[in-house]
Structures are given as structure tokens and as C-alpha cells.
Design a protein around this ligand. Sequence first.
Ligand SMILES: CC(C)[C@H](C(=O)O)[C@@H](O)C(=O)O
Ligand code: SF4
Length: 473
Amino acid sequence: MAGKTLYEKLIDQHVVRRLDSEGHVLLYIDRSILNEYTSPQAFSGLRDSQRPVRHPQTILLNVDHVNPTRPLRDAAMTDAGGQLQVEYFRENAAHFGIELFDVLDPRQGIEHVVAHEQGLVMPGMVIAAGDSHTTTYGAFGALGFGIGTSEIEHLLATQTLIYRQLKTLLVTVSGELPYGCSAKDIILALIEQIGASGATGYAIEFAGSTIDALSMEGRMTLCNMAVEAGARGAIIAPDEKVYAYIEGKPQMPTGALWQQAKAEWQTLRSDADAQFDRRLSLACEALEPKVTWGISPDQTSAISGRVPDPAQERDRTKQQAMQSALRYMGLESGMPLEEIVITHAFIGSCTNGRIEDLRAAAAVIGSRKIARHVRGIIVPGSTQVRLQAEAEGLAAIFINAGFEWRQSGCSMCLAMNEDVLAAGDRCASGTNRNFPGRQGAGARTHLMSPAMVAAAALAGHLVDVRRYMHSEV
Ligand SMILES: CC(C)[C@H](C(=O)O)[C@@H](O)C(=O)O
Ligand code: SF4
């Protein structure tokens, strides 16, 4: 019998029952982290049918989508809708006996940053949550995926989900990451290559020398954004880096239990003779820093490129998509990407709001100031990240440069709080989605790495970060 992929092993270990021949299974879920935005109807459903939550100790409630990020915030939300959501969230935490990280809790932050900080993610787990970027946990050798509101209700009531097993896609990434490039550039390059729905129906496994060399934070960026290629799951086999990163975290086992868990985790890798449904490879040697020029994450180019010309595109559908992207983005074909002037620079989100991202941005900035016409905003991914960045002196670098230094939350990644761009604003953004209106109605988003955002903030336009890494010009 052929060997198994890591994904298949994780599924097999969590199958309660196979339901049909089409790959539907009843899947046991180890953990869930819920936000104030996607959980209310699920809790209402439970209340209506007078059901309890089956394993409240495996669930965490965390406020992140609608909360303010202004420096001196209190526990109140900016708008009445958000206030109601958070109040109901608090009521549900108390009613169902579930732990809540409220907005002023020192453990609060974006759920996909909080989860690993608090040691809630372990190799081998299956984690389902009401948010698509739950794929982030693949960096730890856990299977994470997003679920809808009715599925949240099912999960809360039964600790299981009806799940359709995905096909498997092995993405082998090899070669040393060139100067100025990061995990964000790898994932943008992959999405550019396969398209925004190129991995729909698949769980990705990332492997190869580049992945081995990536930090945990880089691996998280990669798995996080795999969902922008349509993958409802992206995993990396756990290694020593993972163990070193999670050891000693609040919920981690210790002593003999830790040793036992570690021995078990060594088996979490695809067998040498495992069969993948599809394989792809990506060589990093020629990679350049990437930016998106359009309204989909696959409308990406190397920063040295130009705004593409739809007339050169033979595929009719792609051509029309390019035309509408250029219209929305207010760009002319042929224009060098480096000449695109920005009004805003934003660093944050569950893709690039971690400490290493802030370090990379601060290293580019040094003692320089951001361009006068640019409003720069930095929103750390969690309160813990904020405190660490302050302790390391990164916050001082950002403040000195002219950035606003904020409290944590999703913020301008999706503009559900007061951090909203106006129509026509153009933002160099270290986030993950660039569809029309994502950061505010009529606002324009260019996705890139946090180092690239920092460079754009200094220059006042999109720019190759490698120009800014050499000297204090
Ligand atoms: C609000 C939530 C449903 C959504 C998601 O699932 O990803 C959000 O976090 C996003 O990034 O668009
Ligand atoms: S930071 Fe952005 S992508 Fe991440 S959970 Fe929040 S809104 Fe979604």
C-alpha cells in the first residue's frame, strides 16, 4: 500500500466516521478560536435549541475584527453595530463558560497571532474556526481551515464537522531567498503563477530547502496566504524549529508529556512514497520583491516591472479582469510600478503583523522619515507583539519616522473599525486581500511585504526595497 501524505495522516487521525464514497467524513476538531464577527448566529442557534457547548475548554473567544486600535482605547467599540457584537460575545462567553480575550486583555490580538502565542496550536491538531486565515496553523504542522456560521454551531454542539476531504498539492520551494525577499514574496509569486483559485479543492503541503530555512513567522505568512490561492488548508511538516518555538508557551505540555508529544510529532510527515494529486515547484533564485497592481492577489508583478497591458493578454476573461482592475486602480498600462504614488502605508494583519515583520520594516526605516504626503499606520498583530516591539525599540523607530503606532486588531486589513481609507486613497499594504473596497469604498490596495511597505512609505511611491536596504539615503 502506498504511503500517506501528512494531510491524509492528519485526517485519518481525526475521522470519527467516513460518511460516503465521495470523501465526506465526520471529523473531530481539537480546537477553535472564534471572533465577534462570525460567531453570533452560531451562539443564537445553540441558545434557541437550548444546547450547551460540548467542550468549552477547547474554544477561545477573541475580539479582533471590529475593535478600535487608537493608542488610548477603552473597552467600547466605535460604532453601535460593533458594540452590539462585542456585548453579545461577552454574554456568550459567560453563558457558555468559554474563555474570552476582550479588547483590553493583554493576551488580545488578531486570532491567528494570539493562538500560537498562547500555545493553542500544536503539531497534529485539527483546528477549525470562523475565519478563512485559520490556514496559518499549518506552519506548526496542524491542519487549520475556515468554516461558516452554521458549521461553527455544529462544531460547538458536537466538537465535530462534516468535512469533505481535499485533494493534495505538494509545492516544493527551493533555493536561497534573494536579498530583499521574504515569505510574502514567495506566496505572491505562487499565487501569480497558479491564480487566485489555482489551489481550490486542494490542501497544500509546502516543502523544500527554502521552507526548511524559513522562520516560523515566515512559514505562518506562507500558510496564512495560501487561502488566497483557494487552498482550504496548507501544512508544513513540523521540525525542530517548530518545537523550539512552541516549547514553554502557556498551554504546552511539559516534562514527560512534552517528550511523549515530541516523539509522536516526529511521525507527522509525508511518507517518501506518498501520492500527491498534484505537484508544483517554485525556484527562489530569481525571485524579486513583489507588488500587486490589481484587485486580485494574482494580479502581481515584480517591483521592477510595469503596469501590464491588457491588449497583450490573449485570454479574453483575463483581459477583461485586467481592464477592470486597471480602471479601479486608476493605473495606465506601461507605467513603471515604481512610479505609483501612494497616500497611505499600512503594516499589520495576521499575514504580516508579527514581531519579525515589524523588525524587517524597522530595519528598512532606520532613522529616516516617511514622505510628507504619506500617512503611515502600524498595527501590531497582538498586544504581546506591541509590547515586545516597544521593548525592542521598534516602536520608537516607527514613531520617529512619522508612523502612527497603534493597538492591535484587524484594523485596516479589512476596515471594519474606524481605520478606513477614503475613495481614491492608495495604500502600500502588508495585508492579504486587495479586492475593491477591502480597505474602504473606492480605496486602492497594493499588497507587498512589510519591508516593501516601509520602503514605499519612505519614498512616497512604490519602490524596490533593495534600494533602501543599502544605505541611509
Ligand atoms: C470576517 C472573516 C469572515 C474574514 C475571513 O474569513 O477571512 C476576515 O477575517 C477576512 O480577512 O476577510
Ligand atoms: S487581520 Fe485581516 S485577514 Fe487576518 S483575520 Fe483580520 S481581517 Fe482577516
